[in-house]
Design a protein around this ligand. Structure first.
Ligand SMILES: [Zn+2]
Ligand SMILES: [Zn+2]
Length: 303
């Protein structure tokens, strides 16, 4: 599978234009988003194919086992450290409280208190306690180290996830023309087992696709099901929209009080890049929270 970085860069430019029209997204944040996405695209284009590790058996997978659990993902240490360095330099240049926090991170690395590998390994195993220690130290930018670690492993993780999904499609025949699309029933990501970040509706019949919060794999999900607690009673599953945010829905579950945002751009000439759709619909997070709902997976853009 080839990665068309030229095309991705064009899509990114188009998406950033849409984001710039949102008055409530600060310019400084958009600048960081734009640079981060560009750094990741560049790193992604340079990622070589890696040999595939052993995947879950088709039988175990059918029962819901992820093909390759999140903590079994690998990444290239040297390239990832270089990406971490670029993201950190960008944050330092941003100035303000974010820049000051980035400076603390740089000093900690210099003193040997923070190793990029430790941060990236913590990101792979979703080690909240490890990142909490840094959050305490970086009051003004509590999620900065998490952002840097996740942001640096993303290129490797995406490439591996894509290879895993392709291999699975090949071995099950799902890559053949005319194959029945697989609707994944288990909530979490079929590739790595993490919770979904956002969703979008695709095609004439509005198939629901979720994008994984970790490996960014996009998969077709069950329409009437909470992806977090698997509630399937339609009376407990609702969605709402907001006048100021056409093209987005918020799917809520009254059982677990979780929500996920779903883009529906089928009637619009708009570009969907799921991780940026999430940012574009920031206003809906506020509405959802006001109504007592919470999202289990934070935005990729929290610092
Ligand atoms: Zn995943
Ligand atoms: Zn639920």
């Amino acid at each position: 599978m080839t990665f068309d970085s030229e095309r991705e860069l064009q899509r990114l430019e188009g998406k950033l234009k849409a984001l710039r029209s949102k008055e409530y997204i600060p310019d400084a944040l958009l600048e960081i988003v734009a640079r981060t996405a560009a750094i990741q695209l560049e790193a992604r284009a340079a990622e070589p194919a890696v040999p595939l590790p052993e995947l879950a058996t088709p039988e175990a997978h059918a029962q819901g086992a992820p093909l390759l659990p999140r903590d079994a993902f690998t990444y290239d240490r040297a390239r990832t450290a270089a990406t971490f360095g670029r993201l950190l330099a960008m944050m330092r240049a941003a100035g303000g409280s974010l820049g000051a926090a980035a400076e603390v991170v740089r000093e900690a690395m210099e003193k040997g208190e923070l190793a990029v590998e430790d941060a990236c390994d913590a990101a792979l195993r979703d080690d909240a306690a490890w990142f909490d220690a840094w959050a305490l130290r970086l009051n003004d930018a509590p999620s900065l180290v998490r952002f840097l670690a996740m942001g640096s492993v993303v290129p490797s993780v995406e490439v591996l996830a894509q290879a895993v999904a392709a291999e699975h499609a090949r071995r099950t025949g799902a890559d053949q023309p005319g194959a029945t699309p697989v609707v994944w029933q288990h909530g979490h990501c079929p590739v790595c087992g993490s919770a979904p970040l956002v969703g979008r509706l695709v095609g004439k019949e509005g198939a629901l696709h979720h994008t994984c919060s970790f490996c960014r794999h996009e998969y077709r999900a069950k329409r009437l099901q909470c992806p977090f607690c698997l509630e399937g009673e339609s009376k407990n599953l609702e969605y709402f929209t907001a006048d100021g945010e056409p093209g987005f829905q918020v799917h809520v579950c009254t059982s677990c009080k979780g929500y996920i945002k779903v883009a529906d751009f089928r009637e619009f000439d708009r570009i969907s890049i799921p991780v940026l759709d999430d940012l574009e619909s920031l206003a809906l997070d506020i509405v959802a929270r006001q109504q007592g709902y919470a999202r289990p997976t934070p935005s990729a853009w929290g610092f």
